[in-house]
Design a protein around this ligand. Structure first.
Ligand code: ATP
Length: 366
């Protein structure tokens, strides 16, 4: 009987619980024993109560539960071989040889490294006398399947990561609230949104709310021009009769090493225009709350496919990442997706950016 472990790792994202539910129930449906690893890789390293069987009933109400109920953590020990050796030991003594990880690119890289090292880890467990050759015999190969859980939508090879649309919906709702009060007082708001190195959340929220201006890391504005450009655009919108000004700034634009633009910098420019300006950092509300329907569907379909992949993969197949492309669940080589993510980042169509800007007034152009 196949024993599969499921884990959430890295930053939490709405939809992780539905993903765990899908893995648990599909696993049971296909005749497997399913284990939950609590607290991300920490659970693998520590074992004991952090690595235990999970049943059909245990994931009841997970569909509408935000965050991740089995916990997540950043685990420094797993970055070291000694931590991974202990993880291999804990898996083998529990009879587990397949791991489904829902997390970001770091978590998935760790999972693939674990798999590539697995044979040597097993050998070491035998040579050091911790396990016998007979004990490890059925566990010579480790199967890894990745599900991408991240609010940032920053993974290549999939159209959407689990959690991104929930976070986008929350940001959109929050900006709508700010717009209402901004309009009442004819104020300006600089709204800081999450996304780390990826501007997807900032850009899409800007399009969805009709923001006056959007700063994203994929399009760093020229250092000597952005302030005058921002002034020009916001004044034009005001002249057209707009009573509020909303500028969205993605955290990746702030962290940009070459040309960091902070919310304070943007505020100074708007104040200079004579606007009563406030900064709102949305913060962790962007990660919280229940998943939108799309993320629940994505997590459910992908979680089921992750289990099927575990059952179908042969030892020579590369570890897959379950993604979505053109509304179809797809399997892509995990490390290729990670590599692409690092090389080109998630592609953002610059035309989306332009259209978002131009719809505010009459300068819309192809
Ligand atoms: P997020 O996108 O939310 O940051 P992430 O999965 O990229 O998610 P990381 O902090 O990079 O988040 O990774 C989560 C955990 O995965 C780490 O704390 C560590 O335990 C493990 N991990 C990450 N990278 C590696 C690696 N190269 N080798 C081994 N383990 C790793």
């Amino acid at each position: 009987k196949k024993k599969i472990a499921v884990m959430t790792s890295g930053g939490d994202a709405p939809g992780m619980n539905p993903a765990v539910r899908a893995v648990v129930r599909a696993g049971i449906y296909y005749g497997c024993d399913v284990f939950a690893v609590y607290e991300g890789y920490e659970g693998l390293v520590k074992g004991g109560d952090l690595l235990k069987p999970i049943g059909w009933e245990d994931v009841r109400s997970y569909l509408s539960l935000g965050g991740t109920a089995i916990g997540t953590a950043r685990c420094a020990e797993f970055r070291e071989r000694a931590g991974r050796l202990q993880g291999a030991y804990n898996m083998i003594v529990n009879g587990i040889d397949a791991l489904i990880v829902c997390g970001g690119d770091g978590s998935l890289t760790g999972a693939d490294l674990f798999r590539s090292e697995w044979p040597s880890l097993v050998d070491e467990l035998v040579s050091s006398g911790r396990l016998t050759a007979k004990q490890v015999e059925p566990y010579r190969h480790l199967t890894i399947v990745g599900l991408v859980g991240s609010i940032d939508n920053d993974m290549s090879s999939t159209d959407a990561t689990i959690g991104a649309y929930s976070s986008l919906a929350r940001i959109t709702e929050m900006v709508d609230y700010l717009d209402a009060t901004a309009q009442s007082h004819s104020r300006a708001f600089v709204v800081e949104v999450m996304g780390r190195h990826c501007g997807w959340l900032g850009l899409m929220a800007g399009v969805a709310t009709g923001a006056d201006y959007i700063f994203i890391p994929e399009r760093p504005p020229p250092a000597d021009q952005w302030a005058s450009e921002l002034k020009k655009v916001c004044s034009r919108h005001r002249e057209k009769g707009r009573r509020q000004t909303t500028v969205i700034i993605a955290e990746g634009a702030i962290d940009n090493q070459l040309n960091p633009i902070t919310a304070e910098n943007v505020k100074d420019v708007l104040v200079d225009l004579g606007l009563d300006t406030r900064i709102t950092t949305l913060g962790h509300v962007q990660r919280g709350g229940t998943a939108v329907a799309y993320d629940r569907l994505l997590a459910t379909q992908q979680g089921v496919d992750a289990v099927r992949a575990v059952l179908e993969l042969t030892p020579t197949d590369p570890s897959p990442m379950i993604g979505i492309a053109e509304n179809k669940v797809v399997r892509r080589p995990l490390m290729e997706a990670v590599k692409l993510t690092k090389e080109v980042a998630k592609s953002i169509d610059a035309r989306d950016f332009d259209r978002a800007m131009q719809l505010r007034d009459s300068t819309f152009a192809e």
